[in-house]
Design a protein around this ligand. Sequence first.
Ligand SMILES: [Zn+2]
Ligand SMILES: [Zn+2]
Length: 187
Amino acid sequence: MQNYRISLNDLPPEGREFHLDDQAIWQNSIKEFGMDCRVTKPLSASIYVLPTEGGWLVRGTLTGEVALPCSRCAEDAPAVVNSRFEDFEEQPESDELDSPGVHTPAMPEEDTASRLVFVNNAPMLDLAAICWEELMLALPVTPLCNTTCKGLCPNCGTNLNEGLCACEHEEVDPRMAVLRGLTLHKN
Ligand SMILES: [Zn+2]
Ligand SMILES: [Zn+2]
């Protein structure tokens, strides 16, 4: 895949906007992490990077559509991606950059550390890493094919959206629901 690292030292003072629509940026990560996620409308990102006091402002949008497995029935659950994001990449202290070569700053930066990399002490921003992180943040935690999805029969696995199976389905009795809740908590 093409390298999407940009040199932060070479940015003009007014910043620069980057457009990314190479599907490999997302497809490679989907494959790498073995994610059950299918791109149904091409993903596209615009990222604006502005040098500011002590670091860089990173602002952008991500659009497209993916299909995830429904958390109740495992059929396709479409997820429209239409997100805006704004982050700040902090410029590390210069004394942290005395060793040559490629390394990431030794900063307690949790999940954003991989965005900023150093090549021969020059700060580079990995736009592909940003595209991937922003997609992960934009996806629903519990995808649903439909808010009324009935899910699968716990007995036989029939997709109850397509019709009832032969299993007995309990009437929903509020008193029973309370008892079921108690049973669950014992585990
Ligand atoms: Zn479903
Ligand atoms: Zn059944």
